[in-house]
Design a protein around this ligand. Structure first.
Ligand code: NAD
Ligand code: DAU
Length: 361
């Protein structure tokens, strides 16, 4: 066994940030398995296109034969599983892909990895890790005064997306408990930063603001999310991989709870300074309250005490520093935005917002 890892979903938002950092830091070879769905984008990996430490494979985590080949050929000491359908609104419109990839796909991945792990020498079996990247949404929704989610919080997923992620977490847990597979699970709060696909709140608002389109806020905008800069999430995953206790779960979060309306107003304020509107008005004038998300979770908040105490991880960025960097990245990467918002993206946006009473074309 060598220093190779297999990353799944490494052409998506968080996966690409993880792979870029891993390769740039010289931490070893990465075999990057990605299906390249609408959310997967090889442009995210241009910086390491010719780096011999990055080996991209176009494929599905549900393809057990392909996985068996990759495992036998590359002999990784770890798998980091990012691959998933990740957008709550899409899961409401069409849950099937979420069940296929997040549940059935994770099952096939676990089966292939179990067969490989069983074939290893005892020393290599001990060293091996399967790290499953999950979400705080599996814990359901918090009331205003409830304590933040700890690792012992009851699972109560509310959307088809979070239910499919919860199912995958349970499979990972079962493969550890039943077969002894050395798993680690991380449950993280909302990420933001470079390469975030503009169907999600923060990049969508930046893109719409600059495109003179409405900034759609679901319902009252008082729902709360707990925001973490993506590079901090990636650092936390590296730390869990390095030092986490096998079979355990680690919650990851930035202690940054914000109502959606505040996030959007902050983005408008930063854009007003960095890229003022031609008419001198504020981007906040573009805010539009639209019909709410079905079953919209009111509040998420992560208690990240365990990972801080046991593994010494804490975020580097505050929300203020992270959001500033993020807006700058989008202003400097308008070509990237133009490429990902052409084609199919337009169909999704038209469908999702037309039924909320907003024209987004
Ligand atoms: P994303 O949608 O940007 O990227 C997902 C990637 O997975 C894409 O590159 C896509 O092509 C790939 N993929 C999808 N189905 C696949 C399959 N069957 N086989 C191989 N590859 C496949 O998602 P993201 O926001 O980067 O999230 C990554 C992971 O982190 C997900 O598991 C998600 O549940 C979890 N997560 C996300 C957040 C967040 O705020 N974005 C927070 C916590 C946890
Ligand atoms: O909490 C972690 C989760 O965060 C991840 O598991 C998911 O993969 C990720 O997509 C994200 O889910 P959310 O549903 O919280 O993210 P989204 O950016 O879609 O929405 C954030 C909040 O903003 C949510 O309360 C809905 C609201 N919203 C979203 C969109 C797209 C709006 O008000 N208007 C919008 O147009």
């Amino acid at each position: 066994m060598n220093k190779t890892i297999i990353v799944t979903g490494g052409a998506g938002f968080i996966g690409a940030n993880f792979v870029l950092a891993w390769v740039k830091q010289g931490l070893g070879k990465v075999v990057n398995l990605d299906k390249l769905t609408y959310a997967g984008n090889l442009e995210n990996l241009l910086e390491i296109e010719h780096n011999p430490q990055h080996f991209f494979v176009h494929g599905d985590i549900g393809d057990q034969a392909l996985l068996a080949e990759l495992l036998a050929e590359h002999k990784p000491y770890a798998i980091v599983n990012f691959a998933a359908e990740s957008h709550v609104d899409r899961s409401i419109h069409g849950p099937e892909d979420f069940i296929q990839t997040n549940v059935v796909g994770t099952f096939h991945l676990l089966e292939a990895v179990r067969a490989y792990w069983t074939s290893l020498s005892e020393a290599h079996r001990k060293q091996f890790r399967f790290l499953h990247v999950s979400t705080d949404e599996v814990y359901g929704s918090l009331g205003k005064n409830d304590a933040a989610f700890t690792e012992n919080h009851t699972y109560a997923p509310n959307s088809p997306y979070s239910a499919s992620k919860a199912a995958s977490d349970h499979l990972v847990r079962a493969y550890h408990h039943t077969y002894g597979l050395p798993t680690l699970t991380t449950n993280c709060s909302n990420n933001y930063g470079p390469h975030h696909f503009p169907e999600k709140l923060i990049p969508l608002v930046i893109h719409n603001a600059l495109s003179e389109l409405p900034l759609p806020i679901y319902g009252t905008g008082h729902q709360i999310r707990d925001w973490l800069y993506v590079e901090d999430h990636c650092a936390a995953i590296r730390r869990v991989l390095e030092a986490g206790n096998v079979g355990e779960v680690y919650n990851i979060g930035g202690w940054n709870e914000k109502p959606n309306i505040e996030v959007v107003k902050t983005l408008c304020r930063i854009l007003d300074i960095k890229k003022p509107r031609a008419d001198g008005k504020s981007y906040a004038d573009q805010i539009a309250f639209v019909e709410d998300r079905l079953g919209h979770d009111q509040r998420y908040a992560i208690d990240a005490t365990k990972i801080a105490k046991e593994l010494g991880w804490k975020p580097k960025e505050t929300f203020e520093s992270g959001i500033e960097k993020t807006v700058s990245w989008y202003l400097e990467h308008q070509d990237w935005v133009a490429n990902v918002t052409s084609g199919d993206y337009r169909h999704w946006v038209a469908k999702n917002y037309a039924e909320r009473g907003e024209e987004m074309a």
